[in-house]
Ligand binder design. Structure first.
Ligand code: HEM
Length: 538
C-alpha cells in the first residue's frame, strides 16, 4: 500500500513515515547524488594530500563521528521485542481503559534491561532487571515501566541519584560494573535500611534470571483505576511468565558471563525467531480506594512493601505474546522512550513519592538522551492513536505543521478543541482529595518499618533458596574493603533472621551481632519462592 505520510500530529507531508535511505539500486550521498567510488578520498594525485572539497569523505566521516548517543543513565543495557496484548475483559469492572476490554488486541513493544551495567556490559550479572512495556492503545500510549522485583530500594525519589551513585562504578577507579562488589553499595543499603527488602531479592535467585522469558514483572507502585462511573480502586500490576520463573546458579551465571555475555539478548532473539514466542499473563491485585490507602495494614504508597498474594490474589486481565524481533536495534530498542505519565483514560497515578519523582525524571533524561523535545516523533515512540498536540518546532522536528494558530481555542484554525465525541475517550485526572496539610520534608510513620517484609521474604524461601541467599551475601560482602561496612550489614541481617546472620558472619569470619529490632514471627508466603513456580492455573 501507499506509505503513511502523516506526521505524528496527523498533518499530511507527502514524505514517507520511515525515513527513506538505503533504498534503491545505487549508492548515493545523503543528498541522493549517485557515487562512483566510496573507497578512495579525493586527492591531488594518487600520492597527494586529501582535498578539503571532498564532500563525500567529510559527510561519511562526520556522520560516523556522531553515531553514538548517550546511553541511558540507568538500564543502559537491554533487549527488546514487539508483540501483542490480548485482554480477557476481567479488568472491565474496575477500569474504563478501552484496551482492557474483552478481546481487544493491542500492539506492544517490551524492553528488558539490567540496571547498573553500561551498554556493553554482560547479561547474567546479579542485578535487578527492567521490564518496560509500551502498549500502543487507540486511546493513547500506556507505558508500564516495571522491574522483575516487586519492591524498590528507596521510598522517595529524592534518594534515587544517591542509590544509583552508590551502585555505579567508583568515581576514581570506574570499577566494578556489578552492583554488588561495592563498598559504596553496601554502605548505602546498610545506612538506608529501607533498601534491605529490595537487597534480599537481589541476593536471592531472582537476581540472576535464567532468561528474560522466565522472569516475573511488577509495576511496583500502586496505581489507581477508574471506571466509567468514576468509581476508583487501587491496583498493583504483575506479569507472570508462561515458562515459569527460573534462575541461573551463581556458578552458571559466572561462566556464561565469560562465554556469552549476550546470553539473555541472544536467548530472547533466538526464541522469537524460532517461533517459540514467550508469553506472560498480566494480572492485577485490586484494593479498595480508601482514604488511608492501606490494605491489611500495609501502606500501599510505600514502594518497599508488597501485598502478599494470599491476602490479595492476582487476577489475570490479559496475555502478552512477544512475536517479532526488532529490525534495527538502535531505531527501536535504543531509541524507545518509556514514561510513567503515558496513561490512557482509566489508569492514573497515586501519591507514592517514588512514583511522583519518576514522573519528572524520565521526560527530563530523555530530553538529553534523545537530543531534544521531539522524541515522540521517533517511529518507535509514535502513538498509534492520532496525536494532535500543540507542540511546535525544536531540534529534530519532523512534522510540517499546518495552520497559523497553535493555541486553543482559536478563531482561525478550527475553534473548539474538544468536540462532544471526545469526552468519552478523554483522559480525566481522578479528582482525589488532597489533604490539607503542612508543607514538610517527611514520610508517614509506616515507612519506618524496614524489616517485617524482609523477614517475610526470608521465611518464604525453600532450603535451597536460603542456601543461595547466604552464599550471595557472603560472596558480595566479601568484596568490601571496609570491615565497618560488613559489620553494619551483618547488623541488618541480624534484624532479618539470626540463622541468616550467623551463616553469613561465619563465611566472612566475623562475629554475628544480636538483633536491634524485635524479631516477630511471620507466616511464609509461598508465592515468593521460585521453586516450582509455573504458569498460573486456569
Ligand atoms: C529507566 C524501572 C525508579 C529514573 C528505567 C527503565 C526501567 C525502569 C524498566 C528502563 C526503561 C527502558 O527500557 O528504556 C524503574 C522502576 C523503578 C524506577 C521499576 C521503581 C519502582 C526510578 C526512579 C527514578 C528513575 C525513582 C528517578 C527518580 C530512571 C531513568 C531511566 C530509567 C532516568 C532512563 C530512562 C531513559 O533514558 O529512557 N527505569 N525505575 N527510575 N529510570 Fe527507572
Amino acid at each position: 500500500g501507499a506509505p503513511d505520510t502523516r506526521t505524528p500530529t496527523g498533518a499530511e507531508t507527502g514524505v514517507p513515515k520511515i525515513a527513506k535511505g538505503q533504498q534503491g539500486a545505487y549508492l548515493t550521498t545523503a543528498n541522493g547524488a549517485r557515487l562512483r567510488d566510496t573507497d578512495h578520498s579525493l586527492k591531488a594525485g594518487p600520492r597527494g594530500p586529501v582535498l578539503l572539497q571532498d564532500h563525500h569523505l567529510r559527510e561519511k566521516i562526520m556522520h560516523f563521528d556522531h553515531e553514538r548517543i548517550p546511553e541511558r543513565v540507568v538500564h543502559a543495557r537491554g533487549a527488546g521485542a514487539h508483540g501483542v496484548f490480548v485482554a480477557n475483559g476481567a479488568a472491565e469492572k474496575v477500569t474504563r481503559a478501552g484496551f482492557l476490554k474483552k478481546g481487544r488486541e493491542t500492539p506492544v513493544f517490551v524492553r528488558f534491561s539490567t540496571v547498573l551495567g553500561s551498554r556493553g556490559s554482560a547479561d547474567t550479572v546479579r542485578d535487578t532487571r527492567g521490564f518496560a512495556t509500551k502498549f500502543y492503545t487507540d486511546e493513547g500510549t500506556f507505558d508500564l515501566v516495571g522491574n522483575n522485583m516487586p519492591v524498590f530500594f528507596i521510598q522517595d525519589a529524592i534518594k534515587f541519584p544517591d542509590i544509583i551513585h552508590a551502585g555505579k562504578p567508583h568515581p576514581d577507579r570506574e570499577i566494578p560494573q556489578a552492583q554488588s562488589a561495592h563498598d559504596t553499595f553496601w554502605d548505602f543499603v546498610s545506612l538506608h535500611t529501607e533498601a534491605q527488602h529490595h537487597t534480599i531479592w537481589n541476593m536471592s535467585d531472582r537476581g540472576i534470571p535464567r532468561s528474560y522469558r522466565t522472569m516475573e514483572g511488577f509495576g511496583v507502585h500502586t496505581f489507581r483505576m477508574v471506571d466509567d462511573a468514576g468509581a476508583t480502586v487501587l491496583v498493583k500490576f504483575h506479569w507472570k511468565p508462561k515458562l515459569g520463573v527460573h534462575s541461573l546458579e551463581w556458578e552458571e551465571a559466572q561462566l556464561i558471563n565469560g562465554i556469552d555475555p549476550d546470553f539473555h539478548r541472544r536467548d530472547l532473539y533466538d526464541a522469537i525467531e524460532a517461533g517459540a514466542y514467550p508469553e506472560w499473563e498480566l494480572g492485577i491485585q485490586v484494593f479498595p480506594d480508601t482514604p488511608e490507602e492501606t490494605f491489611a495494614g500495609i501502606d500501599l504508597l510505600d514502594p518497599t512493601k508488597i501485598v502478599p498474594e494470599e491476602l490479595a490474589p492476582v487476577q489475570p486481565i490479559g496475555t502478552l505474546t512477544l512475536n517479532r524481533t526488532p529490525r534495527n536495534f538502535f531505531a527501536e530498542t535504543e531509541q524507545v522512550a518509556f514514561h510513567l505519565g503515558h496513561l490512557p483514560p482509566g489508569i492514573d497515578v497515586t501519591n507514592d513519592p517514588l512514583l511522583q519523582g519518576r514522573l519528572f525524571s524520565y521526560l527530563d533524561t530523555q530530553l538529553t538522551r534523545l537530543g531534544g523535545p521531539n522524541f515522540t516523533q521517533i517511529p518507535i515512540n509514535r502513538p498509534h492513536a492520532d496525536a494532535n498536540d500543540m507542540l511546535r518546532d525544536g531540534f529534530h522536528q519532523h512534522a510540517v505543521h499546518a495552520g497559523v494558530a497553535p493555541y486553543r481555542p482559536n478563531s482561525l484554525d478550527g475553534g473548539n478543541p474538544f468536540p462532544a465525541g471526545d469526552k468519552e475517550h478523554a483522559f480525566v485526572d481522578v479528582p482525589v482529595t488532597v489533604a490539607e496539610a503542612p508543607k514538610v520534608r517527611a514520610a508517614p510513620a509506616s515507612f519506618d518499618d524496614h524489616y517485617s517484609q524482609v523477614r517475610l521474604f526470608w521465611a518464604s524461601m525453600s532450603p535451597v533458596e536460603k542456601e543461595h541467599i547466604v552464599r550471595a551475601y557472603t560472596f558480595e560482602l566479601g568484596k568490601c574493603y571496609h570491615q565497618a561496612i560488613k559489620e553494619r550489614q551483618l547488623q541488618c541481617l541480624a534484624n532479618i533472621d539470626p540463622v541468616l546472620c550467623e551463616q553469613v558472619a561465619t563465611g566472612l569470619g566475623l562475629p554475628a551481632p544480636q538483633p536491634t529490632v524485635p524479631l516477630a514471627e511471620v507466616q511464609p508466603s509461598p508465592a515468593l519462592s521460585q521453586v516450582g513456580r509455573e504458569w498460573p492455573a486456569d
